[in-house]
Design a protein around this ligand. Sequence first.
Ligand code: 5RP
Length: 234
Amino acid sequence: MGDRNAQGPNPGKEAAGVAAADLILDGMIVGLGTGSTTAYTIAELGMRVNRGLGILAVVTSYQSQMLAIDAGIPLTTLAEHPVLDISIDGADQVDADMNVIKGGGAAHTREKVVSHSAKRFIVVADESKMTGQLDHFVPLEVLPYARELVTGTVTAMGGEPQIRLASKKDGPVISDNGNFIIDARFGVIDDPASLAKKLSTCAGIVEHGIFTNVDEVYVGMNDGSVEIRTLDQR
Ligand code: 5RP
């Protein structure tokens, strides 16, 4: 994987990220996802907060925590606000049924918790993320103690597991929760819900990156326009 912290401007990501900020109304409790697309949402919300929008946000990573604090967005926690009005997050791949693979930034465990705590879950993505069927590797957050067990289990399931190595640190990526990330290739995923269920039962996997709970996708086009997809539009 390239250096995710050194990505250049992307009109599609910016368009989707900024457009989704329109969903956030005064008084809402908002989940803030992780990644470069959500960073545009956070920056836009910060400007609106500075103009008087009253919201509280729950972050999904150290990255979104730092961005939200820099932008001036007041933070809260799931302990204080267990039910969120909405969560906005990015994706690595989105299929025609709005199943999503996340975890390119190793933040999918908290992202999943936050998305399931929200009444409405919005994904923001540029058009390059859209596909008919998922075939992206599935990020798995794994207890370091269970690395060998999970590697064996994924291989027995027909997957190809690879530990994610850090780019500016020797050795493996360590997640915000102190765990390893194993990226598992399964080829074309015919039944994402079924694979998600199987991965959820594997001992040692803290969380996998398949999300089947997306309500709407804001797709940012390279020309700066945005298409909003819902399941009814299939
Ligand atoms: C982090 C994620 C990100 O939302 C996903 O990788 C998309 O990132 P980006 O918006 O930078 O393309 O799941 O764990």
